[in-house]
Design a protein around this ligand. Structure first.
Ligand code: CP3
Length: 344
């Protein structure tokens, strides 16, 4: 047993007993931290993801400041598709913008398979981080095929996923060809991170909540399962997360997750009943609650911990990412509260 296998975070992911409920925050590295805004000054988002020295420093910032139980690699879900040959940029305040969206079969050629060498900067950053982090586990991550496809097809963020769904329903062969390419790229990206030493991986299907359960199972789940099942022998817990996924929780577990991430809309005890007794849960404080004053934060955090007790394992998190305007001191206080209230 290594130190990392015994960490509260990895043990909770596996449904084992823990000295306290582990806590980390999606988007803990980012604009809520003044030290992040300072180090990123004048450096583009994608450029910073490709610099192992910067990635290491930015990933460590929230660990030092908040004392969270896990670090998450500083990167972005579009990094592997940029490495695959797609011309894209991450625009501040907007998100990923794709120069030429993928709309036809002839566009698929622009999405080549990747090899670990195409993302060697990620492996290098992971190795540096594992050396720096000591007994704090590092979480690797990737975007799931559906969420990546939505950016490629729409050309940027979308509220309705109109073009995405038009391809999914109207050209199912093209859809499945695109998603299977994305699944291969994602699997290579995650394997590279596992080989370099991450202790867990999270697959972000942030926008899968746009789908019904039946359509998720037909059009999306087989491709996410390719990724998650492809890592079944890797020896690291697999976390599967999306937003607005109340009706998808069971399927997202079945896709091959050890931990299902839950947004704030579904209480963790109800989520656990849907997901079943074989998987841990992660979540699920509404990130907006952090703006409502400490008394509300404390009350709601206690509720989340209480509801999380019905799961075989609970990793405390927000129901989605930290908003840039969040007061970082509230996050530090929240970590201490979770540790104190859940100590056993
Ligand atoms: O701390 C962490 O969680 C690790 C870093 C991380 C980033 N992106 C850094 C980032 C992670 C895990 C992601 C994943 C990601 N990227 C997702 C899935 C998670 C989720 O939020 O649902 C998605 C959908 C993206 C695509 C993306 N990239 C968006 C929507 C944005 C925000 C655009 C904006 O400016 O509001 C980005 C850019 C991005 N990725 C930033 C960060 C810190 C902000 C850019 C900046 O700081 O200049």
């Amino acid at each position: 047993m290594t130190v990392l296998e015994e960490s509260p975070f990895v043990r909770a992911c596996r449904g084992l007993s823990v000295p306290h409920t582990p806590v980390w925050f999606m988007r803990q590295a980012g604009r809520s931290l003044p030290e992040y805004r300072k180090i990123r000054e004048g450096i583009g988002m994608l450029d910073s993801c490709r610099r192992p020295d910067l990635v290491t420093e930015i990933t460590l910032q929230p660990v030092r400041r908040h004392g969270v139980d896990a670090a998450i690699l500083f990167s972005d879900i579009v990094v592997p598709i940029a490495a695959a040959g797609i011309d894209l940029d991450i625009v501040a305040g907007t998100g990923p913008v794709v120069a030429e969206p993928v709309r036809a079969e002839s566009d698929l050629e622009r999405l080549r398979p990747i090899t670990p060498a195409d993302v060697d900067f990620v492996a290098e950053a992971v190795k540096l981080l594992v050396g720096e982090l000591g007994d704090t586990p590092l979480i690797g991550f990737a975007g799931a095929p559906f969420t990546l496809a939505s950016y490629l097809i729409e050309g940027g963020p979308s509220r309705t996923y109109l073009k995405t769904k038009a391809m999914m329903y109207g050209s199912p062969e093209l859809w499945h060809a695109l998603l299977s390419r994305l699944a291969d790229i994602t699997l290579t990206f995650l394997r590279t991170q596992v080989d370099a030493g991450v202790s867990a991986v999270q697959l972000f299907d942030s926008w899968a909540g746009a789908l019904s359960e039946a359509d998720y199972r037909t059009y999306v789940m087989p491709h996410s399962a390719t990724v998650l099942r492809g890592l079944s022998g890797a020896g690291v817990p697999r976390i599967h997360f999306g937003v607005g996924t109340a009706v998808l929780l069971e399927a997202m577990g079945e896709a091959g997750a050890d931990v299902v991430g839950v947004d704030w809309r579904t209480p963790l005890d109800i989520a656990t009943r849907r997901i079943g007794p074989d998987r841990a849960v992660q979540g699920n404080l509404d990130p907006a609650i952090l703006f409502a004053g400490w008394d509300v934060v404390e009350r709601e955090a206690r509720r989340v911990l209480e509801q999380g007790r019905s799961a075989p394992g609970h990793v405390f998190n927000l129901g989605h990412g930290v908003m840039p305007e969040t007061d970082p001191d509230i996050l530090t206080r929240l970590v201490a509260l979770v540790h104190e209230v859940s100590a056993r």
